[in-house]
Design a protein around this ligand. Sequence first.
Ligand code: AMP
Length: 221
Amino acid sequence: MKNIMFIAPPAAGKGTQADLIVEKYHIPHISTGDILRDISKENSEIGHYVSEVLSNGGLVKDDITDQLIERRLKQDDCKNGYIIDGFPRNIDQAKIYDKILEKLGYKMGYVFLISIDEKELEKRITGRRVCENCKAIYNINSEIHSPKIDSTCDLCGGRLYQRKDDNIEAFQHRYQLYLEKTEAIINHYKEQGVLYEIDGNGTTEEVFQAIDRIISGDDEK
Ligand code: AMP
């Protein structure tokens, strides 16, 4: 299995797509956002710093994210492929990632660019709820993705919460950052010939099918 990377604006559904890939292909899902949210709960200098950055929608310093990614990719479960989600967020991180792959002897794999309309993103961002226990994702603005019981996870009964940065103000900041920083990253991967563009405006299933056709080798680039 090749490694999989997502480039997508906030709330484009990359977490949901990653879950579907994990379910089908049994590879680990490495989300820098999830790792940083765990660090933000630590009562330490770094914990407080990360917590502050996360609540205002900015980016955590590269030296922190670079180290945590390298440490995570060295673990045995990454040897047969993994999904990397939320990294790289800028061209410096992309270049560091190239070096980490070289060091570990890994190939780039597939880079999926998920494109989606801004209005649709706003709707998804304000309705997103996450299970604090199993991290399952719901959307109360969507009939099919709402939990069956308010504020409760269908899968494990855990409590659902709204991420601190899932509000319109933080979204605007994160979206502008995304547009500014990703252009160079997209060009970087286009040059490497590993970029696949996916229309993210469809349903979860439609988007997954488009991705899976490529992963399972049915689609030639
Ligand atoms: P996400 O769950 O990917 O939307 O990430 C949530 C937040 O974590 C972002 O808004 C950033 O503050 C931080 N974050 C995640 N990945 C990175 C990264 N690669 N570099 C810097 N900050 C990051």
